[in-house]
Design a protein around this ligand. Structure first.
Ligand code: NAI
Ligand code: MG
Length: 483
């Protein structure tokens, strides 16, 4: 293919001033903004410019204790006693206010985390609202979700989320917890706290009873203090497999319920009968969506040998047309890498890949001078045992491998410590069923990739964690079944 590159899109930036960011944020505890007992604050940056956006409180153990006590109080005094129908109304209200403030939330999400405005506007924020709408509907229908059983809330849920989909992960955590009658202490990631803090404002506006949702900021130590606290009944964590293991050890021998949504290294498989142009689009979306900061990213591509040259050529052509740059520009396909630390991790993997003998190809796009950036990249000549085929890179880096037979590709796809998601591209429906039922992955897409819906459960096998979020299954992690 030959793309005409003699012209380019004129800039179409979203208006930054349509969003309000305070210069400092306190902790949201018991329905109020409270100064941290730690007296400490830390900066959150715009990764596209390295400029400071705001500073947020750093909750220490005493702050965590205060938040968990507030959540207990909110549970005993209000939430547990409230008719389920009334709880549902509050959750509907949160969903509607998110919709009303959608533009501002999208701008803040892109400023704080570096993702393209097109994604925060068209995916993250609407999906977050949908999640609240969906679970609001379940609040007074739990007897249908668990027929002939009595499902009771657990009490206080401690929830720790990552930086790749900050508002959406907050919604995934908070909505099912509230619908089932639990109260919440949520901690966003340290590089992307701002939309969770906006959500705290929305919860205040929705007039939830005090202590039902508490949002506190801090880094790993704050998360660890939530996990350790004897007053929590449930921990829900999304993040790295490494921290997931620490958390699992920490709750061992306690009565705390746990769900973990961890890393992934999804196999995306293209068979020789697949519609190739459509598959190429799907592969591009699968790996470069959100700069590849996606736990279910299609980061291991398996191409059937007879079509490998053609697919690789078309992928390279398509990579050239991806627009990398200002996250607030509506034309941008790939924004900034979330943090300096993550960029260093990605660059380390680029080195490892080359050292292992793989061939690296990157788009020739120009990168902005300031900020954290990585060109869309792919590796060919990758061995199954290579670290870039086995480990989660969490960046815009695709490892390409080939195969000849169905048995071979199943063996290779399942040869991974992870099992979160996968993709299959083929013209034949029967093949989709034959292949997908032999794959060990929680979510498998056929002739598409990265499709999400609040009614559809999401979660992994093996080192990708356990428990499901979304759908009817997502309620199960927040209730105790009696009888
Ligand atoms: P991380 O797992 O350290 O961070 C996720 C969340 O856990 C953050 O809110 C963090 O403050 C909190 N946390 C950190 N240490 C904790 C502890 N000991 N106890 C409780 N909470 C703790 O992830 P990080 O370091 O930001 O990224 C490292 C790698 O993890 C990435 O390169 C990527 O491969 C993977 N990752 C995977 C995610 C996924 O959704 N699968 C999300 C984020 C990172
Ligand atoms: Mg930030």
């Amino acid at each position: 293919m030959n793309f005409d590159t003699s012209w380019s899109y004129a800039p179409a930036p979203e208006n930054k001033t349509a969003a309000t960011i305070n210069s400092q944020y306190d902790l949201f505890i018991g329905g109020q903004w409270q100064k941290p007992l730690s007296k400490k604050y830390f900066d959150t940056l715009n990764p596209a410019t390295e400029e400071k956006l705001s500073e947020v409180a750093e909750a220490n153990e005493a702050d965590v204790d205060k938040a968990i006590k507030a959540a207990r109080n909110g549970y005993e005094k209000w939430w547990k006693r409230m008719p389920a129908r009334e709880r549902g109304k509050y959750i509907f209200r949160i969903a509607r206010i998110i919709q009303e403030q959608a533009r501002e939330l999208a701008i803040i999400e892109s400023l704080d985390g570096g993702k393209p405005i097109r994604e925060s506007r068209d995916f993250d924020v609407p999906a977050a609202a949908n999640h609240f709408f969906y679970y609001a509907g379940w609040a007074d229908k739990l007897e249908y979700a668990f027929p002939n059983r009595q499902a009771s809330p657990l009490g206080v849920a401690g929830q720790i989320i990552p930086w790749n989909f900050p508002l959406l992960m907050a919604a995934w955590k908070i909505a099912p917890a509230l619908a089932t009658g639990n109260t919440v202490v949520l901690k966003p990631a340290e590089t992307t706290p701002l939309t969770a803090l906006k959500l705290a404002g929305i919860i205040q506006e929705a007039d939830l009873p005090p202590g039902v949702v508490n949002i506190i900021t801090g880094a790993g130590a704050t998360g660890a203090a939530i996990v350790k606290h004897p007053g929590v009944n449930k921990i829900a964590f999304t993040g790295s497999t490494e921290v997931g293991k620490i958390i699992q050890r920490s709750v061992a021998g306690t009565n705390k319920k746990l769900t973990l949504e961890l890393g992934g290294k999804a196999a995306n498989i293209i068979f020789d009968d697949a519609p190739i142009d459509q598959a190429v689009e799907g592969v591009i979306n699968g790996i470069y969506f959100n700069q590849g900061h996606v736990c279910c990213a299609g980061s291991r591509l398996y191409i059937q040998e007879s079509i490998a040259d053609e697919v690789i050529r078309k992928l390279k052509d398509r990579m050239e047309t991806l627009i990398v740059g200002d996250p607030l520009d509506k034309n941008t396909d790939i924004g900034a890498i979330n943090s300096k630390q993550q960029l260093e991790t990605i660059n380390e993997y680029l080195k490892i890949g080359r050292k292992e003998g793989a061939e690296m190809y990157e788009s020739s796009c120009r990168l902005p001078r300031k900020g954290f950036w990585c060109r869309p990249t792919l590796f060919t000549n990758v061995a199954q045992s290579s670290r870039i085929a086995q480990e989660e890179i969490f960046g815009p880096v695709l490892s390409v491998l080939t195969f000849r037979t169905d048995d071979e590709v199943i063996e290779k796809a399942n040869n991974s410590p992870y099992g979160l998601s996968a993709g299959v591209w083929t013209d034949k429906g029967s093949k989709i069923f034959n292949i997908t039922k032999r794959m060990r992955a929680g979510v498998i897409w056929a002739n598409t990739f990265n499709k999400f819906d609040p009614s559809s459960p999401f979660g992994g096998y093996k080192e990708s964690g356990f428990g499901r979020e979304g759908g009817l299954h997502g309620l199960r992690g927040y209730v105790e079944i009696k009888v």
